[in-house]
Each structure stands twice: as C-alpha cells, then as structure tokens.
Design a protein around this ligand. Structure first.
Ligand code: SAH
Ligand code: SF4
Length: 353
C-alpha cells in the first residue's frame, strides 16, 4: 500500500486498521501518520521513536515512495528548477521561486506532458504522457520538506507541466493533502490551481468548500483569437467559460500571455476589460517565454505597458508580471523541453484534445 497516495484521513484509517490486524497498540498511529506529511521521514528507519519490528514491517508493507532528483538548475534571480524522475522513468519538473523575504512559491506539475496543445507552450508541444498519481503531485512538496536547504513552501501553484483539472481525481486528493493540517497544512488561499477551463471539473473544484485560488488561462479576449492559440476553445468556448466563472462565488485571476500580433492590440485590451470587469477578476499579464513557441514572439515591453495602462484606465485590476527563471527555461508551462531535446526526443506536433 502507498499511504502517500491517500488523503491524511484515509491514511490514518488505513494505518489504524493495519496496526489492529497486527495486534499493535492503537496509539502507534499517532507516531506513524505525522511522518507522512507533517514531519516527513525519508525512510521509516528515521522514525526512531518506533520499535524496530514496526519499522521493518512498515518498510515492507508501505515503503516511502520518492521522486528521484535528476537535475537542478539555479537562475540568476534565485529561481531553482528541479527535474524529477518518476518510477517509470518519465520526468517532470517543479520550480522553486523565492519572492522577497517571506514568500517561497513552489510551482508543481500535475501531469507528464499535456494533452491540450496550446500553441505557445512547451509542455503542450510534448503531447500527453500520463497523469501523475496523488503522491507524485504532493511528492514535489514533500521532497522540498525533506531537503534542509528548502523546507515548506508558503505557496503552491499548479502551473508546472500539465492541466491539473484533466487529472481531477488525483488533484482532488492532492489538494486535500496540501491543505489539511494533518497533511502539509498549506492554507487554501495559498494554493492556486491554474487551468485552461475544463468546465465539468471547474464546477467540481468550485464545489469544494476550501477557498483554493483559481487562475484561468484566458490568453485571448475573443473566441476566434483564443482558438488560434488554444485548441481547447473548440470544446469549452470563451462564452461558456465566462458564464461558468460568473456562477462561482469566488474571485478568479485571468492569466494572459502577451504574444506579438496575436492578442496584444488596443481592441484586445478593451475586450479583455469587458470580460474582467464584470467578473471582478484580477488580470495577470505575462510576457511570453519564447522557449515555449519558436514561431511566436513576445510583445514588446512598450506594447505590454500600453496594454496594462489601457486595462487599468478601464478600471481593471491588472498586474504586469516579470518572467522568473528566464535563463533556466523555468517559465511555468514551459518546462522540461530542453531536457527532452537533450535526450534526443523530438517534441511532438501540436496535439488536439
Ligand atoms: N495547464 C494549466 C497550468 C499549467 S501552464 C494552464 O494552462 O493554465 C501555467 C501557465 O503558464 C498558464 O497560464 C500557461 O498559459 C502559461 N504558459 C504556458 N506557456 C508559456 C510561455 N511560453 N510563456 C509564458 N507563459 C506560458
Ligand atoms: Fe497544457 Fe497549460 Fe501548456 Fe496549455 S498552457 S498546453 S493547458 S500546460
């Protein structure tokens, strides 16, 4: 059994049942369960308050699974990109982003590759490999906690590889483990799920009682222009997406990657304001990371500032973000590709859904 694949509640129940079956005292669960996420151990032998026989039994029946670190790159701005190998040999990435003195954001992956084929995204160009298991999602945080150099991130964003809502069952468990005080205890408002807007799963996320933050990758303010950048528009179009966002009693952030000539005109800004204002949404303008899309160019900084100014003048709450980890190809959504190329695996053609 892999306890790390369960929610803290289910793990507690499973360990209790296992102890009872073995005839071990029930209180042992209070020594074992915290070692999964609260005060994690790398192997059961580190839980030195347990008797040797119990450690051996845990090692046999529920060994601790790990992501294997296989590369690490540090950017001049302090951003650190981790490449992990999964048990089946696939690789995923996480990005550690220190911001100021107190904020440490970890950007994590939810899938190996991605099925949604956004034109500007390096992960999209890889195509879909597979969903991550819950433990492979939360493991990215767990490995940070085990490393004394890093520790607990203050914020977690699902902006690495993959479309988190496409992997809803695992995301559902992972969100619980990240947030639960018996898990990592990271506040829901410090956990952001970023999505292209898969409507059925968006409704499930909105139905959860915790105030997880929601970021929606809009990237265009008309259906026609969005479809050119994001094939998902054909399945869940802008009108339905915006309609759905209006039904959630939750603030959303709209992500908008600025691409020269594709979505950065004055009319685009006006149309974006017409979407964002009634939603009360915050707009994040992101410079296109050129690594994700050889055929596309980022908007110039003058155009980005003018776009931002126009939105602000129209009463929209807008932030022009700077790219982090540019020199290490760590822009979120733009991960892993140079390693695949380095291994001689050609990025796949733009896939459809
Ligand atoms: N699949 C989800 C989450 C992962 S991508 C989503 O698309 O929302 C995280 C963010 O990175 C998204 O807003 C995505 O549009 C953005 N992104 C992808 N490629 C990028 C690039 N080349 N430059 C800048 N941002 C990019
Ligand atoms: Fe997938 Fe997000 Fe990249 Fe689109 S931007 S291809 S949904 S990871």
């Amino acid at each position: 059994m892999n306890l790390l694949d369960l929610t803290p509640f289910d793990a507690h129940r499973t360990v209790s049942a296992w102890l009872a079956e073995r005839g071990d005292p029930a209180y042992r669960v209070r020594q074992i369960a915290p070692r999964l996420w609260q005060r994690p151990v790398s192997q059961w032998s580190e839980a030195t308050d347990l008797p040797r026989s119990l450690i051996d039994a845990l090692e046999t029946s529920s060994p601790i699974c790990h992501l294997t670190p296989c590369a690490r790159e540090t950017s001049s701005d302090g951003t650190i990109k981790f490449l992990w190998t999964l048990p089946d040999g696939l690789a995923i990435e996480s990005v550690w982003i220190p911001e100021g003195r107190r904020r440490r954001t970890l950007c994590i992956s939810s899938q190996a590759g991605c099925a949604f084929g956004c034109r500007f995204c390096a992960t999209g160009r890889m195509g879909f490999q597979r969903h991550l298991a819950p433990w492979e999602i939360t493991g990215q945080v767990r490995e940070m906690l085990l490393d004394t150099e890093f520790g607990r991130p203050t914020n977690v964003v699902f902006m690495g590889m993959g479309e988190p809502l496409h992997n809803w069952p695992a995301l559902d468990v992972a969100l619980t483990t990240l947030n639960d005080p018996l898990g990592f205890g990271i506040g829901a408002r410090h956990i952001t799920v970023s999505t292209v807007g898969l409507l059925p799963q968006l409704a499930k996320l909105a139905g959860r009682p915790e105030q997880f933050r929601l970021a929606v990758s809009l990237h265009a303010s008309t259906s026609q222009r969005r479809e050119r950048l994001m094939p998902v528009e054909r399945k869940y179009n802008l009108t339905r997406l915006i309609g759905a966002l209006h039904t959630f009693a939750r603030r959303v952030t709209l992500e908008y990657v600025m691409i020269e000539g594709a979505n950065d005109s004055t009319e685009d800004a006006t149309a974006l304001a017409e979407i964002a204002k009634p939603l009360g949404a915050m707009v994040n303008l992101l410079p296109l990371h050129p690594g994700g899309a050889p055929a596309l160019a980022p908007s110039s900084s003058d155009v980005m500032r003018a776009f931002e100014g126009r939105l602000r003048a129209l009463g929209v709450n807008v932030m022009l973000r700077r790219s982090r980890g540019l020199d290490i190809q760590a822009a979120c959504g733009q991960l892993r590709v140079e390693t695949s190329v380095g291994r001689g695996v050609a990025p796949e053609d733009d896939g459809d859904i």
